[in-house]
Design a protein around this ligand. Structure first.
Ligand code: SAM
Length: 211
């Protein structure tokens, strides 16, 4: 989906939750509980800013980047409502300069690109993490197509935690966590059926620490 398509989607009302993604939030809370001090964070493909605003509220100095100006504007309004500062950037991540060794946290949450774009981008994400910093990836797992629910259906834009972990190990990271996770989702009912039926989407999380 291009920026115009995301703009249209975000223009018809909030798409994602106001709260941060549960798996992302748990990962950050766990890092902080183990001694990580909030520093400079970049939320790549920040969408409507739910994770960026939440991080800023915890004391992180946050930059949120997305190519949807409508999504970023929603983030800006949300940050103002929460009374937190986020540096918002409308840019295409394909050529946005992430910098080198300059972020204590790089967040990559539900960003799904084809392999030819993803692999060089993940290398840039890894290079952008400061020594001692962390990279947190949350996304739909490839296994979700066959055994899960919703999400992208093109296997080329999906990965596994093992594949992600291998990339980051080669880039000099230690893997703190790399696993699949079940995310309960509500299914729409219809024709007088009960309004909600539980199903599980299969996501994954990878937390990598730059040594
Ligand atoms: C599924 S949404 C996830 C949003 C956010 N990370 C979250 O978890 O709420 C994917 C986001 O990726 C953004 N995106 C996709 N391709 C992009 C690109 N080339 N440059 C910048 N943003 C991009 C879209 O605009 C969209 O906001």
């Amino acid at each position: 989906m291009d920026a115009t398509t995301w703009d249209k989607r975000y223009g018809s009302g909030r798409v994602w939750s106001l709260e941060p993604n549960k798996f992302f939030a748990e990962a950050i809370e766990h890092l902080e509980a183990s001694g990580v001090v909030p520093g400079r964070a970049v939320d790549l493909a920040c969408g409507e800013g739910r994770n960026a605003v939440w991080l800023a509220g915890r004391g992180w100095t946050v930059t949120g980047v997305d190519f949807s100006k409508v999504g970023v504007e929603t983030g800006r309004v949300g940050a103002e409502a929460e009374g937190v500062a986020v540096d918002w950037v409308v840019a295409d991540l394909v050529d946005w300069d992430l910098g080198t060794g300059c972020w204590d946290l790089v967040a990559h949450v539900y960003l799904h690109w084809p392999t030819a774009l993803r692999e060089p981008f993940l290398a840039r994400c890894a290079a952008a993490v400061a020594p001692g910093g962390h990279l947190v990836v949350v996304g739909h797992d490839r296994d979700n197509i066959e055994h899960g629910h919703g999400g992208p259906q093109d296997p080329d834009v999906l990965t596994t935690p093992t594949e992600m972990a291998e990339i980051f190990v080669k880039a000099g990271f230690e893997i703190v966590r790399a696993e699949t996770l079940l995310r309960p989702v509500a299914l729409e009912g219809g024709h007088g059926e009960a309004a909600e039926h539980a199903a599980d989407a299969i996501d994954h999380i990878v937390v990598a620490h730059r040594l």
